[in-house]
Design a protein around this ligand. Structure first.
Ligand code: NAP
Ligand code: MG
Length: 516
């Protein structure tokens, strides 16, 4: 087997790639507005109700309509996954990995098509959509290799005892409920689903309601790769209507969730309570929000720091758990970094991402738009508006990239996750003070430090308490296998997606010992 290597990103400056992408975008645009069924136990099922997925760039445009599951459908999906578990859990690890490699190959061939759907349904720019698709491919390639590695690990690591044959096998758990967010509608959905099934579990997959069509496209790829019926059951539905039901279900063995702190905590609480007839403790793997800081030290490369703050804060309109929403800048260079960021930000074009010259697209929907605009109003009373601070023109949910200056690290816009194109600047008296400010939220996901001071790099390595800490680069853009991803404190259950330990969370170890 070839060693895992991350999927390269597409260089859209090359005309051939740009043209192929435009063709894919045309194809997807020609298929808008279609109906999609649930897929349960391999059967396609229409329900009375639908989820209407809209294009956030053109909010009148319908991307597609998926069947919407009620509790009855959720029950059917749980039963189908439970039934499929018997046979799937006995498929050898290499063979399960083979399905992922096949699905990865199909996705690689079709990557511009999937990226085009991401552009349309989630409002991602070409580069952001391409990175999302590449990460989805990476998760399948990486976890496929990891499960083979894990299957061998038990034999390698046990201490030998003469006269005995000892074996440690990482066996599957059972039925998993997979609940992804809309902001990486392909990568995170694929990552949690792939980890679950390659470990021998079966899945009820409830996609985010804003992006169910991209999820369906992935379901089709799994089917094309030959995944047996019932191993993954596609169940779009409202989180508030069927979420609790799935989490509380006695057949649920684990929940893999990525999303907000609020929903993650609720799932954790509900999963802790055993249902009647339940004979295990449910496992919860939750990756939640962030309030991520970039620290700029007095001797940093200021131009690079400014560019990376802007990219980390405003890429995909700041709708990443890893997005920079706090810039903590040493007082000696504060004005210069702020001015440079303001200048770069003022040149960012906002608008429909079908137009490749727009860097910042829309935010996902009306609810997100309102929430972010409310935070911008709060920001106006907590700091000085330096850039943006208002809606941008267009037929979708456009907000100008917004910078607030002179904000206290304890202010609400410095503490609460906004999940939009808003970054707040605060002035630090010293490097110690900067680290203290960076650590003062309840989250602990990503962070970045710009400095040329070796002692400060080592100090941050020890003291800056985040799951993913970067030096002299942006705080977004983790790559599978290269930067295992996941945070501390209220950012989740300290798991590392795309890392060598992740599949342990989806398995349990069984020891067998035979006297020879
Ligand atoms: P969300 O509102 O928490 O939704 C996430 C998922 O949970 C959706 O599929 C949602 O379904 C579902 N859900 C809602 N209520 C539920 C319930 N009671 N029971 C079970 N499921 C329920 O989050 P989001 O707005 O989609 O995503 C943004 C959040 O995700 C941010 O906080 C961001 O930081 C976080 N995030 C974290 C990471 C990470 O790796 N740490 C990565 C990406 C995003 P509906 O869509 O139907 O409501
Ligand atoms: Mg939508």
């Amino acid at each position: 087997m070839i060693t895992y290597r991350p999927e390269p990103f597409t260089d859209f400056r090359e005309t051939m790639h740009a043209r192929q992408f435009e063709e894919a975008l045309q194809r997807a645009s020609g298929e808008l507005g279609k109906d999609y069924p649930l897929v349960i136990g391999g059967k396609r099922i229409m329900t009375g109700k639908q989820i209407i997925s809209l294009n956030p760039s053109q909010s009148q445009e319908i991307i597609g309509k998926t069947a919407k599951a009620d509790r009855e459908a959720a029950e059917q999906a749980m039963q189908a996954a439970f039934q499929a578990f018997g046979a799937w859990s006995r498929v050898p690890a290499e063979q399960r990995a083979g399905y992922l490699f096949k699905a990865a190959a199909i996705l690689r061939r079709r990557k511009h098509d999937l990226s085009a759907w991401l552009l349309l349904e989630a409002g991602k720019s070409r580069a952001e959509a391409d990175a999302d698709t590449a990460e989805a491919i990476d998760f399948m390639e990486y976890y496929g290799r990891q499960i083979i590695e894990l299957a061998q690990r038990g034999q390698r690591t046990l201490v030998a005892l003469t006269g005995e044959d000892n074996q440690l096998d990482y066996i599957p758990l059972g039925v998993g409920v997979v609940i992804p967010p809309w902001n990486f509608p392909l990568a995170i959905l694929v990552g949690m689903t792939a980890a679950s099934i390659v470990s021998g579990n079966t899945v009820v997959l409830k996609p985010a309601s804003a992006t169910p069509v991209v999820a369906y496209k992935f379901m089709e790829i799994l089917e094309e790769a030959g995944i047996p019926a019932g191993v993954v059951n596609y169940l779009p539905g409202s989180g508030s209507e069927i979420g609790d039901y799935l989490v509380e279900h006695p057949l649920t063995r684990f929940v893999a969730f990525t999303g907000s702190r609020e929903v993650g905590l609720r799932i954790n609480e509900l999963a802790a309570k055993p249902a009647a007839g339940q004979i295990w403790m449910k496992r919860v793997i939750a990756e939640m929000g962030g309030k991520d800081s970039i620290i700029v030290d007095r001797d940093a490369d200021l131009e690079s720091a400014a560019l990376n703050i802007v990219q980390s804060a405003f890429g995909y309109s700041g709708q990443k758990c890893s997005a920079c929403s706090r810039a903590i800048v040493h007082q000696d260079v504060y004005d210069e970094v702020l001015n440079r960021c303001a200048k770069i930000t003022n040149n960012l074009k906002v608008g429909d991402v079908r137009d490749a010259s727009n860097y910042t697209g829309p935010v996902i929907d009306k609810q997100a738009y309102r929430k972010i605009m409310d935070y911008i109003e709060i920001g106006k009373s907590e700091g000085t508006l330096a850039v943006g601070g208002s809606a941008a023109e267009g037929n979708g949910f456009y907000i100008r990239p917004t910078i607030f200056a002179g904000v206290s690290p304890k202010a609400r816009i410095m503490q609460e996750e906004i999940f939009g194109p808003v970054v707040a600047f605060t002035k630090a008296r010293s490097f110690d003070h900067a680290i203290e400010a960076a650590n003062n939220t309840e989250y602990g996901l990503t962070g970045s430090v710009f400095t040329r001071n070796r002692a400060h790099i080592e100090q941050a390595r020890r003291e800056f308490h985040v799951g993913n800490l970067y030096f002299n680069r942006k705080c977004t853009g983790a790559i599978v296998g290269v930067h295992p991803f996941g945070g501390f404190n209220m950012s989740g259950t300290d798991s590392k997606a795309g890392g060598p330990d992740y599949l342990m969370l989806f398995t349990q170890a069984k020891l067998t010992s035979e006297v020879l």
